[in-house]
Design a binder for this molecule. Structure first.
Ligand code: AMP
Ligand code: MN
Ligand code: MN
Length: 324
């Protein structure tokens, strides 16, 4: 899949014609979601556009070093003439910010890099071989000749660094390194971004990670763990979702080919994080389950209870390992 140059030019035209832009990134935003949203917002504002950056969920405080983080709103008030969806593979990932009644009639530019993207916009810049949505925003900024300020550079560098886990994942390409170099040359602080957005975390994440590791089961080459709400309460964890980095940590075991972490939400639904070693593709399973992602890292949300979600996913993971 490759986005034709004509679509890039149409996207530029749509952005230049728009005056009020609603920018939405995906629920439970990660570094690429926040970084591409803020980078895009700063850049389009330099053109005099009114841009409202939104996300259903409040971004994590670890992104507090990024300029404009507190401008991100959890709802979209006002009238718009263009919606821009960032780092989201389908409309449900936009969460409650996107209102079918108020926004479905508007043109929508989708900028994303998930292989499972459903091309849900009226214009779709979707490049699955690109490591982060932030790199696509950088390309758009350069195409449009907009100034690349240190604020924008740090926001976009956050996307590159978090989605490549500091250039360690299989989606890292020479282009990711070139993008990072360019962002550093324009004031991006690689060490600061890596430390703030990737390495530092609240102590409670470590507690969750520790308890999750103790709970982890290894069956053949499939590792899986559950994080019930009860466990969060026992550990005194304030955050209602997230796995403290458990899914990624399971992939550091030599004995593991694929991993799944099941997080019970307050609503009773279960957030599933899937991971695969190089050569394994968990993205299609996530898509079949109503979610999406990348070959090496994907996810979905399933109805509870936890046990049902586990029983639904585990056989399919075993099959995935058998077929590899
Ligand atoms: P996570 O396991 O939450 O770190 O997510 C890994 C990857 O899967 C990221 O690229 C997410 O954007 C994607 N992903 C996670 N959950 C979902 C979902 N419910 N729907 C679509 N994509 C998802
Ligand atoms: Mn993301
Ligand atoms: Mn991303």
């Amino acid at each position: 899949m490759h986005t034709p140059e004509a679509v890039w030019r149409e996207a530029e035209r749509a952005l230049r014609e728009a005056e009020h832009i609603l920018a939405i990134t995906h629920v439970a935003p990660d570094g690429d979601a926040v970084g591409s949203l803020l980078g895009f917002t700063h850049a389009l504002r330099s053109l005099g556009k009114h841009v409202v950056p939104t996300c259903q969920d409040v971004p994590h405080a670890r992104f507090g070093f990024l300029a404009g983080l507190n401008d991100i709103r959890q709802s979209a008030e006002g009238e718009f003439d263009l919606v821009v969806a960032l780092d989201a593979s389908d409309r449900t990932r936009l969460g409650a910010v996107f209102s079918p009644e108020r926004h479905a009639h508007l043109p929508m530019l989708v900028i994303d890099h998930h292989i499972t993207n459903l091309q849900f916009g009226t214009l779709n810049i979707v490049e699955p071989h690109v490591s982060s949505t932030a790199e696509l925003v950088l390309k758009l900024i350069k195409q449009m000749g907009l100034p690349l300020t240190p604020q924008i550079a740090n926001a976009l560098l956050t996307g590159v660094i978090t989605d490549t886990q500091a250039f360690r994942t299989t989606n890292t390409t020479p282009a990711s390194l070139a993008a990072a170099m360019e962002l550093m040359q324009h004031g991006g602080n690689l060490q600061e971004v890596t430390r703030q957005a990737l390495l530092l975390r609240p102590f409670e994440h470590l507690r969750l990670l520790g308890a999750g590791l103790v709970n982890t089961k290894l069956e053949g080459r499939v590792a899986y763990a559950t994080i019930p709400q009860k466990l969060r309460k026992e550990l005194g964890v304030h955050e209602e979702r997230g796995d403290g980095g458990l899914a990624g940590t399971l992939m550091t075991a030599q004995e593991v080919d694929v991993a799944a972490v099941f997080v019970e939400l307050v609503s009773g639904d279960v957030e599933v994080s899937l991971r695969g070693q190089p050569g394994f593709d968990v993205s299609q399973l996530a898509l079949e389950l109503g979610g999406g992602g990348h070959p090496a890292a994907a996810g979905c949300t399933l109805p509870g209870p936890l046990k049902d979600a586990v029983n639904h996913v585990l056989p399919r993971l075993r099959q995935l390992v058998r077929e590899a």
